[in-house]
Design a protein around this ligand. Structure first.
Ligand code: PGA
Length: 254
């Protein structure tokens, strides 16, 4: 365990909320509240809000992420957006494999792997989401599920590319439910994932990897979660849509 090797990353997942103007407004509200934070701050916005978000975040410590990316560079894929397109806009981050994509849009471990590959090829940094559903937790197979999701997603990812992968452990039963994993439960799985990275790559690579927790993290519980030895930040949905609450979480990370 060596937390000093890792700068925390606090990412807001704004999901399908807000017009470009509203997104720009929320970033403007956020800026002064988090200007002294040491952690990296990311907000993931809808595709059409990206140009407005990039403009609004200029000169601040807020980076912009897309919420998904297709694996092909171009072609007949109606409704999709490619990694080179995001790169051309100047977007540095992309969320891949969010549980809502897996649950509602048929995303599989294999398509997640292809999206990770495409994003890394284009020079983006990936926030890779993994996590078990409640039935899997009840069966006692959480470790196996998240290990398999992560190992498949990282298939073909070289050690030097791992620096551009952030893993977000998000238990599906905790997302948007108000039911947070306990700090111990969250840390346990983040540590399991770090162990997996050590096995696939090296102890050093694992020590440097940023592993976030996500799932009903909010201004009241963030400090305790972020203090855990293997939790290096958060992916925050609901609570990131209110600037004051999100700022409390960002500032709790240091
Ligand atoms: P939540 O969402 O914070 O609203 O639970 C987290 C996420 O979906 O990333």
């Amino acid at each position: 365990m060596n937390k000093t090797l890792r700068a925390p990353v606090i990412a807001g997942n704004w999901k399908m909320n807000n017009t470009p103007a509203q997104t720009a407004g929320l970033i403007a509200q956020l800026k002064p509240l988090i200007s002294s934070a040491d952690s990296k701050i990311v907000v993931a916005v809808p595709f059409i809000d990206i140009p407005a978000a990039l403009e609004a975040a200029k000169g601040s410590n807020i980076a912009i992420a897309a919420q998904n990316v297709h694996w092909e560079e171009r072609g007949a894929f109606t409704g999709e957006v490619s990694a080179p397109m995001l790169k051309a806009l100047g977007v540095p981050y992309v969320v891949v494999g969010h549980s809502e994509r897996r649950q509602y849009f048929g995303e599989t471990d294999v398509t997640v792997q292809k999206r990770v590959r495409a994003a890394l090829n284009a020079g983006l940094t990936v926030i890779l989401c993994v996590g078990e559903v409640l039935a899997e937790r009840k069966l006692g197979i959480t470790a196996e599920i998240v290990r398999a999701q992560t190992e498949i997603a990282l298939a073909g990812v070289a050690a030097e590319e791992l620096r551009r992968v952030i893993i977000a452990y998000e238990p599906v039963w905790a997302i948007g439910t108000g039911e947070t994993a306990t700090p111990e439960q969250a840390n346990e799985v983040c540590a399991i994932l770090r162990g997996l990275l050590a096995r696939i790559y090296s102890k050093d690579a694992a020590d440097r990897a940023v592993i976030q927790y996500g799932g009903s993290m909010n201004d009241a519980n963030a400090a305790e979660l972020l203090a855990q030895p293997d939790i290096d930040g958060g992916l925050i949905g609901g609570a990131s849509l209110a600037a004051e609450k999100f700022a409390v979480i960002v500032n709790a990370a240091g």
